[in-house]
Structure formats: C-alpha cells, structure tokens
Design a binder for this molecule. Structure first.
Ligand SMILES: *[C@@H]1O[C@H](CO)[C@@H](O)[C@H](O)[C@H]1NC(C)=O
Ligand SMILES: *[C@@H]1O[C@H](CO)[C@@H](O)[C@H](O)[C@H]1NC(C)=O
Ligand SMILES: *[C@@H]1O[C@H](CO)[C@@H](O)[C@H](O)[C@H]1NC(C)=O
Ligand SMILES: *[C@@H]1O[C@H](CO)[C@@H](O)[C@H](O)[C@H]1NC(C)=O
Ligand SMILES: *[C@@H]1O[C@H](CO)[C@@H](O)[C@H](O)[C@H]1NC(C)=O
Ligand SMILES: *[C@@H]1O[C@H](CO)[C@@H](O)[C@H](O)[C@H]1NC(C)=O
Ligand SMILES: *[C@@H]1O[C@H](CO)[C@@H](O)[C@H](O)[C@H]1NC(C)=O
Ligand SMILES: *[C@@H]1O[C@H](CO)[C@@H](O)[C@H](O)[C@H]1NC(C)=O
Ligand SMILES: *[C@@H]1O[C@H](CO)[C@@H](O)[C@H](O)[C@H]1NC(C)=O
Ligand SMILES: *[C@@H]1O[C@H](CO)[C@@H](O)[C@H](O)[C@H]1NC(C)=O
Ligand SMILES: *[C@@H]1O[C@H](CO)[C@@H](O)[C@H](O)[C@H]1NC(C)=O
Length: 714
C-alpha cells in the first residue's frame, strides 16, 4: 500500500529540466516594447502588490495601476431613510421547495443600500508615479529611442529613452516581501531640471469595470493628502479617502533632493533629484512606517523600509527560485510555430499569475492590473484562478490563501446557510476581503463554488498525505458537505435528490426557477461528497449518513438525445441558442472533474457525443476564455490531444504581446482565468491524470517535449 502510494506520487518519468534550460526558455520570451500600450502595462509585482508601467518604466503617460490586496475604499453610506446601514439590507424571499428562503438579492424597495453593497468596498489604485519633463506638455511622441525589456528571470523591468538629446535609463522592481516598488533612474536631465518625478493620488471610481485605468483623477472633494518629511531622505504621504487612509513612504539616496506639493486643488507631489543617479523606493502600507534610508544596507526589521539593494537582490532570488523550483514544460525543441505559441502563453502566464494572482485573498479576474466587478473576487472562479499553483508545484503561493481564506469566511458562510434553513456553510460569490458576498440574483443562487474546497483539499492530500493536511481542511470540508447534503432536496416522486430550483448553474443564463439538476453541479456534488466522506474515513471518523445518502441517490446526469444537457428538461437543448451561449459546463465533468469510479453514473459515449456537439454548435466567440481550457481538458481525457491543442490555440482565445489574456466580447482585458486555466490544461498534458500519466502532447511534438515536476491530476 505504502509503496503504491509512493509510486503514484512520482512525477512523470521524464528527465529533469535543468536550471540553465529553464532560464533559456524563460528569457527567450522576455517581453520587449518600444511604445506604451493603450490596454495593458508591463508589470512588476509579488502577487499581493503590483505596479503597472508604461514605456517609461513608470506611469508617465498612461496611469496604469498600483493595486494591492489590502487597499480598499468605501463610499459613504446612503442617507436614505431606513437604508443608512448595511443591516438595513434585507434582500428578497423566493419560494424554494415550498418555503420562503431569503437571498441576498437587490431589493427594489431598498435600492440605495442594495447598490451600496454591490459597489462597496472597491479596490483602490494606490498612486500614480511618473516622470515630469521641463515642458509640461511633453507627450510620448517627444521621446526618442524608446525601448524596454521585462526580464522574467529576475523581475527587472529595464526601460530607456532619449529626451531632448539626453538618455534616461530606468529600472523598476517590486519587492517580493513588501508592497514596495524600487526605482533607479540615471540621467543628466535629473540634475539639470529637465526631469523630475511626480506622485499623484486618485479617488475611487464607481464603475463596475474600471479599466484600463483605475480611479478618478479630477475629484477634488472627499479625499485629501498630507506630506510629512520623515528624514532628509524620506517622506510619507497620507492619503485619506472618506473613512479610509493609507501611507506612501518615499525614500531616496543622496543629497539635494526635494519633494513638494501638492499644488492647490490637486494631489500631485513633485520630486526633484539632487543627483543624476536616483535610487528610490516607494512603499505602500495601511499603517505608517518608520523613517528609513533608501541606502541602508542593514536588512530592516520593518518590511516597508527595505533598501533598493535589498529589494533588487530579493527580486532576483525570488524569481530565480520561482522558475527553478516549480514544475516546468520545455517545448523549445519542438519544431512547430504552434508549440512555440503555446510555450509563449505558458511562460508569460506563469509570470503574470505570480504577479497578479498569488495573493492572500482569491485573485480578482483582472488581477492587480485594473478593476473588474469593483475589484471584488468570485469564489466560483477561485478554483480556476488558483489550482494551477498546486498542479505546477508552487504550493507556497497557494498556501498564501488556502485554507485560511475559507477559514476566515466560515462565519459569514455558516450564517448564510443558517438564515436560509440549511446546515453547514454556504460559500458566497462576489466577495470582498471581509467575506461579504455582494447582493445579486446570480450571486445568491450560484452553487458550483461549494465543492471547491474538496477539490483543493484532495489535490493537496495527493501531494501531502499526512495528518496536518487532513486536520487543516476538516472543518471546512465538513461545513461544505453539510450544506451540500442539506441543500439537495429529496424528491418523493422520483426517489432521488434534486439540486434546485431555484439556482443558477455554471452557465448563468437559465431561468433560476426552472433550473433543476444541471449536469456539472450534479457531478460536482457527487465528487465533493465523495471527497468529504473519504476525508472522514482517512481520519478514522465516521462519515455522516446524510452525505452518503445524498451522494448515492443524486438525480442522474440529465441526457437529452444522447448528449448531456445544461439541466434536466431544458427546453430545446442545442436548438435554442439560449441553451448554447454561455459556459459549456457539461464538458467540465470529464476534464476538470475526474469521472466517478462507480459504473453507471457517467456514460463516456454520452460525454463524447456532447463534446462533438459542442464543437459543432457552440458559439465560442461569445464565451469567456476559460471555456477553451475546460474543453481542452475534456478533449485530453477523451484521448484527443490534437483537439486539446486546437482549443488552447483557438483564434478567439487570445493573449497579447505581454501575455495578458484578452477579455473578449464580454469583459475588459485582462481576464486572468484564461491564463490560469491554460496552465491547468498544460499541467494535465504534462502530468496526465489518474490512470493515464503524462506527458500527452501531439504525436509530432512528443519526442522533443521535456517536462519536469508534474504529478497526474485527479
Ligand atoms: C517597435 O516595435 C514594433 C513591434 O515589436 C516593431 O515592429 C518596430 O520595428 C519597433 N520600432 C522600433 C523603432 O524599434
Ligand atoms: C466597508 O464597509 C463595510 C460595512 O460596514 C465594512 O465591513 C468594511 O470593513 C468596510 N471596508 C473598508 C475598506 O472600509
Ligand atoms: C422608514 O423610515 C420612515 C421615516 O423615518 C419611517 O416612517 C418608516 O416607518 C420606516 N419604515 C421601515 C420599514 O422601517
Ligand atoms: C422566481 O420566483 C420568485 C418567487 O419565488 C420570483 O420572485 C422571481 O421573480 C422569479 N424569478 C424569475 C427569474 O422568474
Ligand atoms: C472629471 O472628468 C470626467 C471625465 O473627463 C468628467 O466626466 C467629470 O465631469 C469630471 N469631474 C469633475 C469634478 O471635473
Ligand atoms: C463625495 O461625498 C458626497 C457625500 O457622500 C457624495 O455625494 C459625492 O458624490 C462624493 N464625491 C465624489 C467625487 O465622489
Ligand atoms: C523644495 O521645493 C519647494 C517647491 O519647489 C520649495 O518651496 C522648497 O523651498 C524646496 N525645499 C528645499 C529644501 O529645497
Ligand atoms: C504535511 O502536509 C503539509 C501540507 O498540508 C506540509 O506542509 C507538511 O510539510 C507535511 N508534513 C510532513 C511531515 O510531511
Ligand atoms: C420531482 O422531480 C421531477 C422530475 O425531475 C420534477 O419534474 C418535479 O418538479 C420534482 N418535484 C418537485 C416537487 O420539485
Ligand atoms: C435528436 O437528434 C436528432 C438527430 O440530430 C434530431 O433530428 C432530433 O430533432 C433531436 N431531438 C431532440 C429532442 O433534440
Ligand atoms: C496550429 O494551430 C492552428 C490553430 O489551432 C491550426 O489551425 C493549425 O492547423 C495548427 N498547425 C499545425 C501544424 O498543427
């Protein structure tokens, strides 16, 4: 038994990819630009903090974001009678199997507080840092020889340009360990008065999607800044937006520099450098940091006062270690433009996800680039966003949020279930850092986030089959499964447990009052209850009988005309466009989810028919990008590797020159579930799955593919 367990854990039996090889592959995709993009920055960051740069290496002409995990703002509460407090929100009651259940949905009678809860808090753009030129009207067109390169091996962004005949060289890094950007600038213009820096502070925007730039730059009420010079070489600016406040600590090297401002009616501070070689750090924190010296070599005990040299060394080491310790796919020896493009997407996604999504909260869809859904995160997307860190052997990045996030959100989730008359904990959807789920009809009726903890936990147990793993997930899985068992409704006439109505399935476009027994959710419920049950067995505890009863008596997966349907009895499946224009989640039951081991639950022929039908009729140009990865994973398990690659390189599934996943017709760019799901599909190609270890690449590529460090997926 022991031996078998060990064997299953062994990564695929291919040669290790050496560090030199990794370096060569990574750096061959280093991003180069010679002009600012109007849609995406170049970023340095650490997963909880990121700085988006334009072609100057700062934010001179394009106010890209400086976003963080902790920087949020509330607008003031409404003053409407009875709607002045979040407790005044009561939601709506809907009939649910013969009883009224309360859902957090916008209530027309309490519009103002409903909207407030949707829009608040929003993630804030902490600041804007750029160059000022002697000429205030200078534009990017006034720069010559613009060029920049982002070295993903060290996390260093190097930019240079010529202004008025003089060269300006800029380097930008992020500290892996604090919310700090380190900036080095070399130019004679710095001391001649031809070049300075500015720091500006925007107010929050009320837009659901605040992209490509976050914040309002001309709001002059409701926020304020104060400057405090904390030493000859440092200053702190406190920015207060209504009730929220944070600190920007600026530290520099050398004599004769000066920070001043803001000019009346603005929030713009000017920095002039006393030396032609400027070394500066700008760190952000919710609390004030002690005074610091940018040059101090001693490793400061406070993370927000780390010197530029310390940060450069830390960034170099962090990225080297990131690339060398995780799993790796090397397609560079494959002679095929498609393999090269897949490799490009993989490497750039690995960089961007470490910058934008390795956070202590679930990542938002647009990472730390700009704001989608006010900067909130969606718990049903969390698996797509983050499971790849496990599959690519980057566990410490996943442990930043797991299982702690679920633990923190348990109280809200127990309450949600209890108030609705269910057992256990019902996980929310569009969530802020306190765990509150924003009001919404879909938000309150979506259920596929519920078994995610089981997927994460089971994957972790594969890698770490020990008592610590079992213990740390036990309460979370128990609470999740208790809800799942009590949510399933025993239908006397059919003798099975139904899911819904009301509910929304993965495809969020069905009538919630008619939606019953959707294919994906039924399969996922069974999977989740199965994992929760084995979790108890592994600990020598008894398995709650309700879990087993529900797991073994769920409604059968709905089949219409030889294919799996969106939900049981959905009218005109495949012929009504409304049945085929959202996520094709039926493909998720044999790609993302492992097939059930019991016979008769799932029919592979029906899975095949469904995949074929999706390929024929699904208008994928309307879909969110992770559908392509989900379909690719489905194709892989069905044995069609070529089709899997075709999905991953589908013309609609786009990644820009820097690797940002293009939003498509529905959302702004970037939409990171695309990148994250791509890495999951790639991990499945490299590592295979239970019973079919990898690698699984197209036959023509196979002999030249090198993979390292992947275990089979569930
Ligand atoms: C700038 O970059 C574009 C795209 O990479 C390239 O086509 C163009 O030649 C470059 N221009 C200069 C002046 O380097
Ligand atoms: C916003 O207000 C809510 C409700 O009072 C509160 O729970 C949350 O902590 C506030 N967030 C911020 C960033 O002030
Ligand atoms: C709402 O506020 C008004 C004015 O303060 C009050 O007359 C009314 O009773 C309140 N209604 C509810 C439902 O609390
Ligand atoms: C679903 O039913 C509830 C009553 O239980 C009703 O208020 C709601 O409008 C219905 N929703 C839809 C989309 O039909
Ligand atoms: C700020 O700028 C926006 C967009 O240009 C404009 O619609 C708005 O009226 C301006 N607000 C103020 C207070 O000037
Ligand atoms: C400032 O706050 C007031 C009162 O809360 C609000 O009416 C106004 O819209 C806010 N101003 C901005 C620019 O958001
Ligand atoms: C810093 O600059 C401001 C504004 O230009 C000026 O008023 C102030 O005297 C300068 N301080 C020093 C120490 O140079
Ligand atoms: C047990 O698993 C945890 C992850 O859940 C891991 O951090 C730890 O190193 C493992 N302990 C042992 C003794 O293997
Ligand atoms: C019982 O199941 C059947 C078939 O799925 C369904 O049509 C019926 O509405 C269910 N009964 C109730 C009361 O929900
Ligand atoms: C079943 O499939 C056949 C052949 O494609 C088609 O003619 C028929 O209309 C379908 N029936 C239903 C109920 O969708
Ligand atoms: C490369 O990928 C494209 C898009 O999927 C596909 O059309 C093409 O046939 C592929 N080329 C090769 C040589 O496989």
């Amino acid at each position: 038994m022991q031996l078998l367990g060990l064997l299953l854990l062994l990564p695929s039996l291919t040669e290790a990819v050496t560090n030199n090889q990794r370096r060569r592959v990574v750096q061959s995709f280093n991003v180069r630009r010679n002009a600012s993009s109007s849609s995406t920055p170049l970023q340095v960051g650490n997963g909880n903090f990121a700085f988006g740069a334009d072609v100057t290496g700062l934010q001179t002409f394009k106010p890209y974001g400086i976003l963080s995990t902790w920087g949020w703002h509330n607008f003031s509460l409404p003053t409407t009678a009875n709607q002045t407090s979040v407790d005044d929100f009561t939601g709506l009651d809907w009939w649910t199997h013969g009883r009224l259940v309360n859902y957090d949905q916008p209530n027309p009678a309490e519009n103002d507080i409903s909207n407030w809860l949707i829009q608040n808090p929003q993630r804030i753009n902490l600041a804007n840092i750029g160059f000022t030129f002697g000429d205030a009207t200078a534009t990017e067109d006034d720069l010559q020889q613009t060029s920049q390169v982002l070295d993903m091996w060290s996390g260093q962004l190097t930019s240079s340009f010529v202004y008025k005949g003089k060269t300006v060289s800029v380097k930008t890094w992020a500290d892996p360990e604090s919310d700090t950007v380190a900036i080095s600038v070399e130019s004679d213009l710095l001391t001649s008065g031809g070049l300075g820096l500015f720091i500006d502070f925007p107010y929050s925007d009320r837009n659901k999607f605040d992209a490509p730039f976050v914040g309002v730059w001309n709001a002059t009420s409701n926020h304020s800044t104060t400057l405090q010079q904390t030493s000859d070489n440092s200053a702190t600016i406190q920015h207060t937006l209504d009730e929220n406040s944070y600190f920007t600590n600026v530290a520099w090297e050398g004599k004769g520099s000066n920070i001043s401002g803001p000019a009346k009616g603005t929030y713009r501070y000017l920095f002039t450098s006393g030396t032609s070689r400027l070394q500066m750090t700008v760190s952000f924190s919710p609390a004030p940091a002690p005074a610091s010296n940018c040059r101090s070599r001693s490793r400061s005990t406070t993370k927000n006062t780390r010197s530029l040299d310390t940060i450069v060394a830390a960034s170099t080491e962090w990225w080297r270690s990131y690339w060398c310790t995780g799993a790796f796919i090397d397609l560079s020896a494959v002679n095929s433009p498609n393999a090269t493009e897949l490799q490009r997407r993989i490497i750039l996604s690995q960089y961007l996800l470490a910058v934008n999504s390795a956070s202590s909260n679930p990542p938002q869809e647009s990472g730390l680039v700009n704001n989608g859904w006010y900067g909130k995160f969606h718990l049903e997307m969390y698996l797509w966003h983050s499971l790849h860190f496990a599959r690519w052997n980057q566990w410490p990045l996943l442990w930043r949020s797991l299982p702690d996030m679920y633990q923190r959100f348990l109280p809200f989730s127990y309450d949600r279930a209890r108030l609705q008359g269910y057992a256990g904990a019902r996980w929310g959807k569009m969530t802020d850092p306190t765990g509150r789920s924003a009001p919404g009809e879909i938000n309150s009726l979506l259920i596929w986030q519920q078994p995610h903890p089981m997927y994460f936990a089971e994957t972790e147990y594969r890698a770490f089959p020990n008592a610590t793993t079992l213990e740390k997930w036990d309460e979370i899985l128990t609470a999740s499964a208790d809800f799942m068992a009590s949510f399933a409704w025993y239908n006397q006439s059919t003798g099975v447990y139904d899911l819904g109505p009301p509910m929304y399935p993965v495809s969020e476009n069905t009538n919630p009052n008619a939606t019953i027994n959707p294919t994906f959710e039924l399969a996922y419920w069974r999977f989740g209850l199965q994992v929760a049950s084995s979790w108890k067995t592994r600990q020598g505890k008894s398995v709650p009988t309700e879990w087993v009863k529900v797991r073994d008596n769920l409604a059968p997966l709905p089949v219409i005309n030889g294919t799996y349907a969106v939900y049981e009895g959905i009218p005109d499946m495949w012929t009504d466009p409304a049945t085929t224009n959202d996520h094709p989640a039926m493909a998720g039951i044999y790609g993302l989810l492992p097939p059930p081991s019991e016979k008769g639950v799932l029919d592979v022929n029906v899975v095949k028919n469904t995949a074929e039908k999706i390929k024929q009729v699904w208008p994928l140009d309307e879909s969110y990008g992770w559908d392509f990865s989900m379909l690719a994973m489905n194709s892989l398990r069905l044995g069609d590797v070529e089709q899997a690659v075709a999905y991953l390189l589908h013309p609609i599934f786009q990644f820009d020159d820097v690797g940002y996943p293009v939003g498509g017709s529905r959302v702004p760019t970037p939409y990171f579930p695309n990148s994250a799901s791509l890495l999951m599909a790639a991990a499945m190609m490299a590592g295979g799955w239970d019973g079919s270890p990898g690698p699984h690449f197209p036959e023509a590529w196979a002999k030249d593919v090198d993979v390292d460090g992947f275990a089979p997926s569930l």
